[in-house]
Design a protein around this ligand. Structure first.
Ligand code: ATP
Ligand code: MG
Length: 199
């Protein structure tokens, strides 16, 4: 599908802060690949839980995406909420990477194409199972009629994970969703990421 990233919407900067460098240095002493631990998990059952992450810079958000991918058991339709440039697409890069669906640099904003489709895998009892990852961006859609043309119902399948940026605009998408990820921006590159899964 769309290989370009011609999104004209404003986005935040990506400067590396001293704090970020310090945390990366610290992390690299223990592991080559930095995986942020969930700040808190408010339920034992990962299928119906709230998981929070705090990141500083896009690399940490991609790493959080890799952690979140482990918590997403299909079928899932997750709404990604956050202001322009919050880091929704950046998070999808990590999710796609962990699901063997795409390298982070291959994941671009589906702003104009509306939907990107990736084929990945997930391990179930040591067996590799195929999985479809759909990344949608409904920012430029205003009418339910346009949404119908996307065939959302057909995307929601037993082996699929559907991630929808700006899905909260449409009650029909909210109704179909069984989870959401909220990204809140703080000053600088800090983001608070909260994944809420419905059981
Ligand atoms: N902690 C962080 N997490 C994610 N992105 C960050 C962070 N700090 C800075 N950034 C920068 O913020 C921008 C996030 O862009 P991204 O396209 O992921 O946002 P988005 O939420 O998908 O926006 P849109 O609603 O326009 O699609 C990038 O330029 C990224 O480098
Ligand atoms: Mg985006």
């Amino acid at each position: 599908m769309d290989a370009g990233n011609a999104d004209a919407r404003p986005s935040g900067g990506d400067e590396v802060t001293d704090q970020q460098q310090a945390s990366q240095t610290q992390a690299s002493q223990t592991s080559d690949r930095k995986e942020p631990r969930p700040k808190e998990t408010r339920a034992q059952d990962a299928q119906a839980a709230v998981h929070s992450f705090e990141t500083h810079g896009s690399a940490e958000t991609i790493a959080a995406g890799r952690e979140i991918a482990k918590l997403l058991v299909p079928p899932r339709l997750i709404i990604l909420r956050g202001e322009l440039g919050a880091g929704k697409t950046t998070l999808v890069k990590g999710i796609a990477e962990a699901l063997d669906a795409a390298d982070p640099e291959e994941v671009t904003s589906p702003t104009f194409t509306l939907i990107h489709e990736y084929e990945g895998t997930r391990q179930v009892n040591g067996v590799s199972q195929p999985l479809f990852l759909y990344h949608l961006d409904l920012y430029r859609i205003d009418a339910e009629r346009q949404l119908d043309a996307l065939g959302l119902d057909e995307l929601i399948a037993p082996d699929s994970i559907v991630l929808v940026e700006w899905g909260e605009k449409f009650p029909s998408v909210v109704k179909r969703s069984n989870g959401e990820i909220v990204i809140e921006s703080s000053p600088g590159d800090c983001r608070k990421i909260t994944l809420s899964l419905k059981g």
